[in-house]
Design a protein around this ligand. Structure first.
Ligand SMILES: Nc1ncnc2c1ncn2[C@@H]1O[C@H](COP(=O)(O)OP(=O)(O)OP(=O)(O)O)[C@@H](O)[C@H]1O
Length: 762
């Protein structure tokens, strides 16, 4: 009798032959398509026209990227043979990674289901491989042997799970095979976790854990809030979720309708291989800063890092905090409502240096529409009226001497280009003059018309300042520990910045919101799923705004309240704020407590940094205790770092030296660059490279490294309780090795960690 291994290998060989057959057939299809190139070109024409109808997208932040994705997706639809070719190549490399045997009530024998990256059948309904996202595949991730349930188009099906088998397949050969009763066998997970870090994140499709599976497959919640410790696989799960949703809603949504807000560009770069690896296109990925910058292209916006390094205190900080609250959001809504009655700030319409419609006239038009108009209609109606008025001036303007002078001065070339395609035969000189004059005036007026169409007659800067001035009548400042005097000072600071074309982070979202309210914006209605990573760094105001900006989207928010680097205490109240934004009946909160990234030793050490670290369970995988070294100065720290780097390199481990600030990173770089190969990461627009890197903490968010050296964890550098989370974030980036270097005295945050959790080297 054959062993299970032999039986499986024979089956695999058969499947591979069928995949090969399908590849040959597919190549014939591709050839046919190539011969039919004319057809395809027609298809393309169609694609372009259809994509053009999404014109609203161009006005907004998504822009070209989304258009490209839409085109690509359409192209796939036009040419599914190409898509199929891609799928088949993937399957050829690794046809499947698991098998489950399911016995349905009434069936005479169990059915074997093989699970892989995509479905594959050799005839109608004869599936040799099931997509991991198919409903039945969920059983593999969710259930132990015994009675199970899974979704079918006809409702829930009950069955008996009799076997769970996992494979590692390389080059057409089964390398290992495990039968397991655990949800996903620890052996396979251990193998997966034993690997080294890399500059690109990988998919976890073969070892998705039960809790993660819940996140991935949730389709019911309007808000899915995932709170999880560092390294608990939030990011991994959520990328799988995107792949799942694109599969589940295939034909109804495309990757361009899924947006992910991530902490920085470096992180985007880090995760951008996961979806392609799963055979899907990347969603629209951006940082909140990029989103805001594209919407406010004329303003220089403050970055998170500038704000982080500025360390606001006192009234300045209170003001920033107030501007992040949902109370402030409501105040702005109330204020906007009041603009229906009075106080709209407008600019006069000027033509050739002369006011042709005064401010007062514009405002009078704005308020000439009755109270049933909302802000959006009011603006639209005003715009139409203004355009008409400007157009109405053409006739009188044609009489002016400047027009006559211009006509007289026209060169032959100017004359020709002005007339363009117009007929050149004129009945009289007068008719010729009129034609030319009309063209000249129209041309001169065009920029003004354009300005009106783009709402330039609204003085948004002025309006925003007026809102700030109105705040004390809308909000009781004392509730936020502020006096009116302090608030007025704050306004001065904002005005000063705006004069220089700058806008602080705290004002950025309110500014966008006010403009949207005045425009009567209905938000980005094409977007169906919004993911927000590192949610702890967002204010309630921002969240309320995002909900407004993406009104038809379902939200998935991920965060670790222990890692709130930028907003700190705000993070705690975040969850309660969310209950005001999303119907609690349609919200789901999932907590992940198991961490996968770090060894038990590193997890225990990092969690001891937190006051309430109890909810974090290490995955059992042992390594060295973290090492703490207290040294005299920068030079000796550099020597220690170098020694550790060499040890790590000898073990084939990649190291990141994580500093608090960029200035510190520069210092370390200067100290080490001549002695070893190191790369400094200065901005989020850089790429991660293999080898040792030096990176400031705020750019290390979301990333992981085999080994981490925490640079200068001294009492001087990390003293306050408010730096606890930052220290935790740094320590929790390490997978296998953690070294803490401190100048003279160790930070009290780390000195409080029980001595048995680390080794101190003098
Ligand atoms: N089910 C899984 N199977 C294999 N590896 C996993 C699994 N879940 C998570 N991991 C691994 O654990 C590490 C941490 O995962 P991830 O970065 O997704 O965590 P996170 O919760 O986003 O962390 P952080 O909040 O610190 O950024 C990654 O290397 C990931 O591949």
């Amino acid at each position: 009798m054959d062993t299970p291994y032999e039986i499986e290998q024979t089956r695999l060989d058969n499947v591979l032959v069928k995949i090969q057959d399908a590849i040959v057939a597919n190549q014939a299809d591709l050839q046919k398509a190539a011969n039919n190139k004319a057809d395809v070109d027609d298809g393309w024409k169609d694609v372009r026209i259809k994509a053009g109808t999404y014109s609203s997208l161009f006005e907004t932040a998504m822009g070209v990227r989304q258009q490209q994705q839409m085109l690509q997706e359409r192209e796939l639809a036009v040419n599914t043979a190409e898509h199929q070719a891609d799928v088949l190549q993937r399957l050829k490399q690794r046809p499947y990674f698991a098998r489950i045997d399911i016995q349905e009530p009434g069936a005479d024998k169990p059915e074997a289901i093989y699970i892989g990256l995509a479905s594959f059948s050799d005839g109608v309904d004869n599936f040799l491989i099931y997509d991991w996202r198919a409903p039945i595949s969920s059983v593999y991730y969710d259930a132990n042997l015994g009675p199970v349930e899974y979704e079918t188009p006809d409702g829930v099906q009950k069955a008996d799970l009799q076997l769970k088998r996992q494979f590692q397949i390389e080059d057409g050969t089964i390398i290992t095979l495990f039968d397991t009763n655990e949800t996903v066998g620890d052996q396979l997970l251990l193998n997966a976790l034993a690997g080294e870090s890399s500059t690109k994140m990988k998919s976890i499709v073969t070892t998705i854990q039960k809790e993660q599976n819940k996140i991935i497959r949730n389709t019911a919640a309007e808000l899915l809030f995932v709170q999880g410790a560092a390294g608990s696989g939030k990011t991994s799960a959520v990328l799988q979720r995107v792949a799942f949703l694109l599969y589940r809603y295939r034909g109804r949504i495309n990757a361009g309708q899924v947006v992910m807000f991530s902490p920085n560009q470096l992180f985007n770069d880090y995760i951008d291989q996961v979806l392609p690896e799963l055979g899907e296109q990347n969603m629209v990925q951006m940082t909140y800063y990029q989103y805001a910058s594209r919407r406010l292209p004329k303003l220089q916006l403050e970055t998170l890092q500038e704000r982080f390094e500025a360390q606001a205190t006192g009234a300045v900080k209170q003001i920033i905090d107030l501007k992040g609250t949902s109370r402030y959001f409501k105040a702005m809504e109330e204020y906007a409502q009041s603009l229906n009655q009075a106080e709209i700030r407008v600019r006069p319409i000027k033509f050739r240096g002369e006011e042709i419609i005064s401010k007062e006239q514009v405002a009078a038009i704005y308020y000439s529409f009755n109270e049933n108009y909302n802000l959006g209609n009011r603006l639209q109606a005003t715009k139409e009226r203004l355009l008409k008025m400007v157009q109405g001036r053409i006739g009188s303007e044609m009489q002016k001497t400047w027009v006559e002078d211009t006509v007289q001065a026209l060169s032959k070339e100017e004359y020709d280009s002005l007339l363009g395609d117009n007929p050149r035969e004129f009945k009289s000189d007068d008719q010729e003059f009129k034609t030319l004059a009309k063209l000249i005036v129209t041309q001169e007026l065009a920029p003004i018309m354009r300005g009106i169409s783009r709402n330039r007659f609204i003085n948004i800067n002025n309006q925003f300042v007026h809102f700030l001035q109105t705040v004390p009548t809308l909000i009781n400042l004392a509730d936020y520990g502020l006096t009116e005097q302090e608030w007025t000072e704050g306004i001065k600071a904002t005005v000063k910045m705006m004069r220089q074309g700058e806008l602080a982070l705290a004002d950025m979202t309110p500014f966008m919101f006010l403009f949207d309210l005045i425009k009567g914006s209905r938000g980005e209605r094409d977007i169906r799923f919004v993911f927000i990573d590192e949610i702890q760094d967002y204010t309630p105001f921002q969240l309320a705004f995002l909900k407004f900006a993406f009104p038809r989207a379902r939200f998935t928010m991920l965060g670790d309240l222990n890692q709130a680097i930028f907003t700190k205490e705000n993070a705690v109240s975040l969850q309660s704020e969310l209950t005001n934004l999303f119907d609690p009946a349609k919200s789901e909160y999932i907590q992940l407590t198991q961490t996968y990234r770090s060894t038990q030793q590193i997890t225990d050490y990092s969690k001891a940094i937190l006051i309430d670290g109890a909810k974090i369970d290490a995955f059992e995988r042992t390594g060295d205790l973290p090492k703490v070294q207290i040294l005299a100065d920068d030079a000796t720290m550099a020597q220690a770092a170098l020694a550790q780097l060499q040890a790590n390199i000898a073990e084939g481990e990649t190291t990141a030296i994580i500093t608090k600030t960029l200035a510190e990173a520069e210092l370390v770089y200067d100290l080490l660059r001549d002695q070893t190969d190191v790369t400094i990461i200065r901005t989020e627009n850089q790429r991660l490279v293999p080898g040792t890197i030096i990176v400031p903490a705020y750019l290390a968010k979301g990333l992981e490294f085999d080994a981490v050296i925490m640079w200068d964890a001294s009492a001087q550098n990390y003293h306050g309780d408010d730096e606890r989370q930052l220290v935790y974030t740094i320590a929790s980036r390490a997978m296998h090795q953690l070294t803490v270097l401190a100048k003279q005295t160790l930070s009290p945050l780390l000195a409080a960690v029980p001595a048995e959790l680390y080794i101190e080297e003098k």
